[in-house]
Design a protein around this ligand. Structure first.
Ligand code: ZN
Ligand code: ZN
Length: 293
């Protein structure tokens, strides 16, 4: 049996072992969103079809196959699984992963990983890339990720994944295939780019992070946070750097998304209380588009 086949068998064996680990799989039009988030316990999401993930507060075993991760900020519940993830990929002889992090935290993240390397007397091969709002990361001809400023209690960023396509400029629509090819070969730019925001990840942020990045309201799928809801015992506090259910109510006409995934509820709420409160404040669940995870 080849080495890669052996590795594949081992992975499948261990996937069975991790079946009990709980996270949600949400089928969307163009992709699946898998993950879970609770403040201040863990946040981790991935889009298997795009081979990328957001935040590494936890790492189900089978998520290690995803080679690129975009971190929103360096709070423990969003980065704690980073060393385990890199070590697992090394152990399974997978390519070193690429991790995008807020540029202010590159040094600290390297030190964090360095401490584990010293503890284990081993190495954690990976590429750490610092990014800042305004940056764009080309993933492929079809996919690009943009970086956006968000508002939390530590340096934080959000991301939008765009699908892009080339379209023929209207002035060349009447031309034949060979004519277009000749023009293109002669150096004329015959096409232009169109972009579709497929998925936006807010990370931890006050609503200002959404309001200042209106493309997040337009993405097919928005993964956002709703840290605070109200219950009989708890009225929502206006904590800095987070969102409350009332922030969604105030903005209910802004969401153009096909699906809005709200998560990162504080662990002090029971899931039943979360659902009751949100359904009371937003009875139509934003036209059935709001998913509570
Ligand atoms: Zn958090
Ligand atoms: Zn945080």
């Amino acid at each position: 049996m080849s080495d890669s086949k052996k590795r594949g068998n081992k992975l499948r064996e261990l996937e069975n072992y991790s079946e009990s680990s709980s996270y949600r799989k949400i089928k969307c039009e163009y992709f699946t969103v898998e993950g879970f988030s609770r403040a201040p316990v863990m946040t981790f999401w991935r889009i298997p079809e795009y081979k990328l993930g957001f935040d590494l507060g936890w790492q189900p075993w089978e998520f290690m196959g995803t080679p690129r991760w975009f971190l929103s900020h360096a709070h423990m519940d969003h980065v704690l699984a980073l060393p385990a993830y890199i070590a697992r990929r090394r152990m399974m002889q997978m390519e070193p992963p690429t991790i995008y992090v807020p540029e202010q935290k590159v040094g600290d993240i390297r030190q964090f990983l360095g401490a584990f390397c010293r503890l284990e007397q081993s190495v954690l091969p990976c590429e750490i890339i610092g990014v800042r709002p305004g940056d764009e990361i080309d993933l492929s001809r079809e996919l690009v990720v943009s970086v956006h400023k968000t508002y939390h209690t530590v340096p934080s960023i959000g991301y939008i994944v765009w699908e892009r396509r080339k379209k023929l400029k209207p002035e060349y629509l009447e031309l034949s295939g060979p004519e277009i090819r000749d023009l293109s070969v002669s150096g004329v730019e015959v096409s232009y780019e169109v972009r579709f925001p497929r998925i936006a990840f807010l990370g931890d942020s006050s609503p200002r992070g959404l309001d200042e990045n209106p493309d997040m309201y337009k993405a097919d799928v928005l993964i956002a946070e709703m840290t605070h809801v109200s219950t009989q015992k708890n009225e929502p506090r206006q904590t800095p750097g987070h969102m409350r259910v009332e922030d969604y109510v105030e903005r209910k006409d802004k969401f153009q998304n096909k699906k809005i995934i709200a998560s990162h509820f504080s662990v002090r709420y029971a899931q039943r209380d979360v659902e009751n409160c949100v359904k009371q404040k937003l009875p139509d669940m934003l036209g059935g588009r709001l998913v509570l995870v």
